[in-house]
Write a protein that binds this ligand. Sequence first.
Ligand code: SAM
Length: 274
Amino acid sequence: MNYRHAFHAGNFADLVKHAGLLRLMATLTKAPGPLTVIDTHAGRGLYDLSGAEAQRSGEAEAGIAQLMKAADLPAAFGPLRAAVNKLNNSGPTKLYPGSPRLIADTLRKKDSYIACELRGEEHAALRMALKGRTGVETLCADGYETAVSRCPPKGAVLVLIDPPFERPDDYTRIVATLKAIGRRNRDAVVMIWLPIKDLQTFDHFLNEAQDTGIGPLLVGECRMRPLNDPMKMNGCALVTARAPADFAASMEEMCRWTAQTLGQNGQGRVSTLS
Ligand code: SAM
């Protein structure tokens, strides 16, 4: 396990993922019953953009730094910009929130959140980032297994699956987890982040995900450049099972703006697979 999200925090892919996450949280926390959120791959929760990793990669500079100063930002990014501003006391963007901080800051008293992080060092930082929060549990454990074993059989659930894709079995484990959660809780909403490198891998995953029967699947694609080089991360996708009705329009705004503003001949699109 070599992956360190500190190199990538605040990049274009985080913008789409985190704006999408906040949009889902806003809708799901409107319902009267309690919400359980499970984050299978949580990371360290909070990122220092002045640190060596972010400075070396330059990804946050090309991502969140551009978003924070954009004059034409679509409404769908409003909650993310507000969260980043709040974290930095409306000053320069030195800190960037990972999914754990965004989720924890949006929970109501009746809601609960389980954050899984397998790497010991990252988990220790995650615990610090979420210290003192009520309704929040961090586990140094496998996120795929935990999502299935801790998913309540009834009630509102949101599962975020955001692996590093370092291992060849990530795709098959996502599909198995999606299937198991779909069976365990008929209402669970599952959001999966994926890299787009080549269309063969992406389409194969979508077919397998569709075969789980959990649908409908809302597929938001943010293609940052034409897919000419399969060795590069040419874009990213958010695949959401059982997305709320109002999610597609926001997803389209986020994918389009990111691809067109931060990409090179980029394209954003949204489709539904039932
Ligand atoms: N979701 C985070 C966010 O948006 O801020 C970023 C997560 S990062 C892409 C993936 C993380 O998953 C890494 O910190 C890695 O150590 C961790 N990881 C890898 N395999 C895991 C597994 N099987 N279960 C839990 N965490 C895992």
